[in-house]
Design a protein around this ligand. Structure first.
Ligand code: FES
Length: 118
């Protein structure tokens, strides 16, 4: 059974929303120009919630130390963040966003981590 994340109207273009579902870490939904992306909301650098961060294009900026992540891949894009965050597959249906049936944690491969340091 698909798990409901939110109504699409709850996440306007350029905005974020935190989501709590039983049995999963805190998630966040980002609306990037009408495309919705779901990712683990806990910053990999510390204990801050990325759901409280700023969405800058396809990057979310952590409020605590300004680290950034690409919400489409989970990749860390700006220090001090180095480790990726998990991203989840989702499905839009009847104006609502669901986790995909087979949604699993999909961490970015380690060799793509920390592009900001290159
Ligand atoms: S806790 Fe997010 S960048 Fe440090």
């Amino acid at each position: 059974m698909r798990r409901l994340l939110c109504d699409l109207s709850e996440v306007p273009d350029g905005q974020l929303k935190s989501i709590e579902l039983e049995g999963l870490p805190e998630l966040a939904v980002a609306n990037v120009e009408g495309t919705f992306h779901v990712f683990e909301a806990t910053c990999s650098h510390g204990a801050s919630s990325l759901g409280e961060g700023r969405l800058l294009g396809c990057e979310v900026e952590c409020v605590l130390h300004k680290g950034r992540f690409d919400v489409t891949t989970g990749k860390a894009t700006r220090r001090p963040s180095k480790k990726p965050i998990a991203v989840y597959a989702s499905v839009v249906e009847d104006g609502r966003l669901f986790l995909a049936d087979d949604a699993e944690v999909a961490p970015v491969p380690a060799d793509t981590v920390d592009a900001a340091s290159r």
